[in-house]
Design a protein around this ligand. Structure first.
Ligand code: T1G
Length: 659
């Protein structure tokens, strides 16, 4: 088969009288400048090629096209820009058909939309996730998608960035056919189009959509996009497609894309995108193979342990859950079965997969049942004596080559490891509750942890579909350390004159889903109170200490669960409580503090700086490996808005703006 190379990443060959063009730009066939040039040359070639009835575009490997090359966003666009390519495809005199062999995302989806036909394999997914990068589609997506699927579906897909699988795409009218061999089917489709007027997407009328349905979809999408600009702009552009010409719509889209591409929101989300892909890549593990893990033991089937069990089961592991009594083991099993049932009801788990999970689950009160496990995770009460005793008992039960993981939030795993026979096999896995939902796992690289043990813990977390962030063993690891600093700064401001409700309102207006005092009330004030009491003996008397939170706890105000904490709660609603206001005013007077006003901007600036300062300490102490890791922990574990990039990103933004 004669292959013609159109550029470094684009080549083609004739198959049954059709020019099949392959984009081969590992790892995700991103639409680099070379790819765009190659596509234009291939289209020119097809025009001049007498024998070619049409063109098929496909991707090499398991991705069709993963979108524009995000790494190029920091530099001015280079011709041919993607809108030129999609325009060239749509205006071709010969049929151009997309053979979607895998993910068609962003610009990849726009290439497919500009084609005259689309065939997908079962592995294909189709999406315009640009809003997740703080931008809008920039090569016709907002104008062409509603011409195929209607405004309501287009608003939902582009406004939320949700991808659809091949069967849903077929149902929406996004693709013309599903086929095992998408290229062969696309060649046939191209032949079928060769002698008929071409169906150019841009020339189609927008599929009429029920206005109420569109409005409902827009409201749903925008309700989740609090504080973000891109989703609202995406929805505006899609809805405008039905009201303006393609040319005007494309021009508005392009202008909007370029404006948003240079925004702080887009820079923040690109930072998060690449940070997520660097997380869990530890230089010292290069060439270190993880140990095989088939069976996982989980000791403690409370809320956390059950969640971990569900994550492990749905990832394909065999799980042996252990509790102290048969009754507790049964309760744990009931919880796990219930969570699997919910996952099946929501469609996240197929009925067969749920059944398979249940077949791989065993629960018992007998710790020796763990004698054959490859990895044992303790998820018992966060108390040093209890965890130490359990790990020492596990030492005598599990195989010498088994790995022991502690799921502690606050304790120092180095201390736990030092109390066991094989400290080198101890690693920390700090899951966030609920463990079957939250992506973040802090993987604690203890002082004695062997490299292959750390590699195994990372591989395990990744197979669970988690976002693993590696850190060293130190009180509070990354997230709780920074959250403590954040909480301290907030309480300093309360003592100095800001009220909790003012601080929470400022944080929520800035983009946090919930202010810190509401978060503390939800989590329970007793957790931090217990830690403060534990630290009291060693606290530096010269360091500022705010007693207000202790006074709330001493008054039995432990948060939502007691009906009152920083706020008072009735029927789920929180209200400001004059008793708390009085308590705060009394505390200020007791220290001779004359309260002052804080603006919302000042409140946010103080809190961001407190997080970034603590993050810098974590970096200097080698507890966190990178600023990106710190941002990922605060975004995925503590509600920091992703479209703001994280505390370290914000600090860099502030430094750059003052530079
Ligand atoms: N550009 C540059 N690099 C990319 C990339 C992209 N679009 N997508 C992935 N990578 C890198 C990634 O950083 C990692 O690098 C490697 O590829 C593997 O990624 C004009 C303007 C396609 C589903 O948002 O969703 O088009 O760490 O680990 O799990 O309107 O990558 O190996 O050095 O994620 O197999 C829109 C983003 C862009 C899709 C594959 N497109 N990518 O998942 O691999 S904007 C997206 C993904 C756009 C147009 C607009 C996933 C994937 P490294 P990975 P994966």
């Amino acid at each position: 088969m004669d292959v013609t190379r159109f550029s470094g990443s684009v080549y083609g060959s004739i198959r049954d009288g059709v020019l099949v063009v392959t984009i081969d730009n590992p790892p995700v066939n991103a639409l680099s400048t070379d790819v765009r040039e190659g596509l234009c040359r291939a289209l020119d070639h097809a025009v001049s090629l007498e024998g070619a009835a049409g063109v098929v575009i496909t991707g090499a490997g398991r991705v069709f096209v993963g979108g524009a090359d995000i790494r190029e966003f920091a530099t001015p666009p280079v011709a041919p820009i993607l809108p030129d390519v999609t325009q060239r495809i749509e205006q071709s005199d010969k049929p151009v058909v997309a053979a979607i062999n895998g993910a068609a995302l962003g610009g990849g989806a726009e290439i497919a939309l500009a084609c005259h036909g689309r065939v997908a394999s079962a592995a294909a997914i189709f999406g315009l996730p640009e809003v997740k990068l703080g931008i809008v589609p920039g090569a016709g997506g907002t104008q062409r998608l509603p011409r195929l699927v209607g405004t309501a579906h287009a608003v939902e897909m582009i406004g939320s960035g949700r991808s659809v699988k091949a069967d849903e795409a077929k149902r929406f009218g996004l693709i013309d056919a599903l086929a095992d061999d998408a290229v062969a089917e696309a060649v046939t489709l191209a032949h079928g189009m060769a002698n008929a007027p071409l169906r150019r997407t841009g020339e189609l009328a927008v599929v009429p959509a029920d206005e109420a349905e569109t409005e409902a979809m827009a409201s749903k999408v925008l309700a989740k996009a609090r504080g973000q600009v891109a989703p609202a702009e995406a929805v505006r552009l899609v809805r405008a497609a039905a009201l303006t010409s393609l040319e005007k719509g494309l021009a508005d889209e392009r202008t909007t894309f370029l404006r948003l591409r240079d925004s702080d929101e887009a820079a923040a989300l690109r930072h998060v995108f690449f940070a997520e892909r660097q997380a869990g890549k530890v230089a010292k593990l290069e060439g270190i193979s993880p140990r095989p893990v088939v069976t996982v033991g989980i000791v403690g089937l409370g809320l956390m342990g059950s969640g971990i069990a569900v994550s492990a089961l749905t990832a394909g592991y065999c799980v042996i859950g252990v509790e102290q009594t048969d009754d507790d083991a049964q309760k744990g099993r009931t919880c796990i079965v219930g969570l699997l049932g919910k996952a099946a009801q929501s469609g996240r788990l197929t009925p067969d997969a749920r059944k398979a999970c249940l077949q791989r689950l065993a629960t018992t009160a007998d710790l020796t049942a763990l004698s054959g496990v490859d990895l044992a995770i303790e998820a018992v009460f966060d108390n040093l004596a209890i965890k130490t005793d359990l790990l020492q008992r596990l030492d005598g039960v599990v195989r010498p080559d088994a790995i022991l993981a502690t799921n502690t939030s606050y304790l120092n795993p180095d201390e736990l490891a030092a109390a066991t026979i094989h400290p080198e096999r101890i690693v920390g896995l700090h899951f966030f509750s609920p463990a079957n939902v939250m992506r973040l796992v802090e993987v604690i690289d203890c002082a004695a942890t062997r490299l292959d043990v750390l590699a195994t813990a990372l591989a395990f977390a990744k197979r669970l579909g988690k976002l693993p962030v590696v850190c060293s063993a130190a009180e509070g690891f990354i997230g709780n350390r920074i959250f403590s600093a954040y909480r301290r700064e907030a309480e300093f401001m309360v003592e100095d004159g800001a009220m909790p409700e003012e601080i929470d309102a400022a944080l929520e207006a800035w983009g946090f889903p919930m202010g810190i005092f509401a978060v503390n009330d939800m989590a329970g004030l007793e957790i931090a109170w217990a830690r403060r009491k534990r630290q009291a003996a060693t606290r530096n008397p010269n360091e500022r200490y705010v007693e207000i939170a202790d006074q709330l706890c001493e008054a039995g105000r432990l948060g939502r669960k007691t009906g009152c904490g920083w706020y008072t709660y009735s029927s789920g609603e929180k209200t400001v409580d004059p008793q708390v206001t009085a308590l705060i005013e009394t505390a200020r007077k007791a220290k001779g503090i004359v309260p002052r006003q804080f603006s919302a901007d000042e409140i946010v600036a103080h809190l961001l700086r407190s997080m970034a300062d603590e993050g810098s300490v974590l970096l200097s102490e080698g507890i966190a490996g990178s600023a990106g890791d710190i941002d990922l922990v605060m975004i995925n574990g503590y509600g920091f808005p992703a479209h703001k990039g994280g505390p370290m990103f914000q600090a860099r933004l502030k430094r750059d703006s003052h530079a």
